[in-house]
Ligand binder design. Structure first.
Ligand code: NAD
Ligand code: IPM
Ligand code: MN
Length: 361
């Protein structure tokens, strides 16, 4: 079968990790007789340099017409890149927010589990790791602080910046339904994370999540405040199955969760709409500090491509093959710098991609 994938390499390490994910998809195509057609799309800093905006209407249209989207990462050094000191809607990240909104990708799925082989790279003590952990962060992606009104202006002679956090019940309900649906295929435990001791939006969040839970009697629902959750993640990560949370909390908690898997270079991510359409990208950013050195870990992007095969194309066998190849390479002791420690075999970005591709048979 033919699949038409819009590919957005983006900035920094984006093109490097996307190269490896394409290598893997090509190998899957050759072994399992599929044809993956790629249409390259510019977004982020490279689009600003080329067209003056972080996402053109044409780029969004190309993504809309595709079967799915594969994204590297966008953005430069925050604070001191040429793309920073401009209007917020002209920054690279504005392209990412616009494509998420434009494609209605409200459900962000970020699985965080510990490969046994990576226990050495996990900064937690062995007693805390125990039998490991396997959780999914379900992050709302098109609402909250990211999409509320924002402005900076002088109020009574004082510079004042405003960001607005808004959620309506429909936005909360649809992500909650996704979280409970996923929980039904897992350990049937949802922990909804909020700040209901302070925020109105969190109190509405809790109420709506409770209502959705009524339709899932087999699923256990608990609530946790976000500051406590940040602590619990490093105290007892094994307690989590599905974490359901709003946009900003999910952003922060997923970076934290990534580190206990060994590295942010391991955490995959799928951003989905109501149907099977999705944009697949690593959870990490464009890592300007290591760009162009062929040392970035491509595994998060490769595992995101596996999620694409599974969620958008229903190619479970192929997704299993990619995940097994990643596990095999880790078992054989190959490590990029971010997950490397003494006694393992250090490899580059491209070598890691080759090793994984070779093991897809
Ligand atoms: P980052 O995730 O890019 O990097 C944080 C740290 O993790 C850096 O030290 C980096 O070298 C390391 N790292 C990240 N990915 C890695 C990988 N695959 N292998 C090895 N090490 C890796 O976060 P940041 O530095 O805060 O942000 C840099 C830029 O990326 C910013 O412009 C930010 O807005 C953007 N960003 C984009 C996305 C996206 O496009 N989806 C996501 C997050 C951040
Ligand atoms: C992510 C990123 C983005 C986010 C930024 C780049 C806008 O950090 O995908 O996690 O905060 O959603
Ligand atoms: Mn993030």
């Amino acid at each position: 079968m033919n699949y038409n994938i819009a590919v957005i390499p983006g900035d920094g390490i984006g093109p490097e990790i996307i190269g490896e994910a394409r290598k893997i998809l090509d190998k899957v195509g050759a072994v399992y007789h599929h044809l993956f057609d790629y249409t390259e799309v510019l977004m982020g800093g490279i689009s600003i340099d080329t067209y003056g905006v972080p996402l053109t209407d044409e780029a969004l249209e190309t993504a809309k017409k595709s079967d799915s989207v594969l994204l590297g990462a966008v953005g430069g050094n925050v604070g001191n890149s040429k793309w920073y000191d401009v209007a917020p809607n002209l920054r690279p990240e504005a392209g990412l927010l616009a494509i998420r909104k434009g494609l209605n990708l409200f459900a962000n799925i970020r699985p965080a589990y510990l490969y046994k082989e990576l226990a050495d790279a996990c900064p937690l003590k062995k007693e805390i790791i125990g039998d490991g952990f396997d959780m999914v962060i379900m992050r709302e992606l098109t609402g909250g602080l990211y999409f509320g009104d924002r402005y900076t202006k002088e109020v009574d002679g004082v510079m004042t910046a405003v960001d607005t956090l808004t959620y309506n019940e429909n936005e909360i309900r649809r992500i909650a339904v996704k979280a409970f649906d996923i929980a039904m295929k897992r350990k049937k435990q949802v922990i909804s994370v909020d700040k209901a001791n302070v925020l109105d939006s969190s109190r509405l969040w809790r109420k709506v999540v409770e209502e959705v839970a009524q339709d899932y009697p087999e699923v256990t629902l608990n609530h946790m405040l976000v500051d406590n959750c940040a602590m619990q993640l490093v105290m007892n990560p094994g307690q989590f199955d599905v974490i359901l949370t709003e946009n900003m909390f999910g952003d922060i908690l997923s970076d934290e969760a990534s580190m206990i898997t060994g590295s942010i270079g391991m955490l995959s991510s799928a951003s989905m709409n109501e149907s099977k359409f999705g944009m697949y990208e690593p959870s990490h950013g464009s890592a300007p500090d290591i760009a162009g050195k062929n040392i970035a870990n491509p595994i998060a992007t490769i595992l995101s491509a596996a999620m694409m095969l599974r969620y958008s194309f229903d190619l479970d066998r192929e997704a299993d093959a990619v995940e097994a190849a990643v596990e095999q390479v880790l078992k054989e002791g190959y490590r990029t710098g971010d997950i490397y420690s003494d006694g393992f075999k250090k490899v580059s970005t491209t070598e890691m991609g080759d090793l994984i591709a070779e093991r897809i048979i």
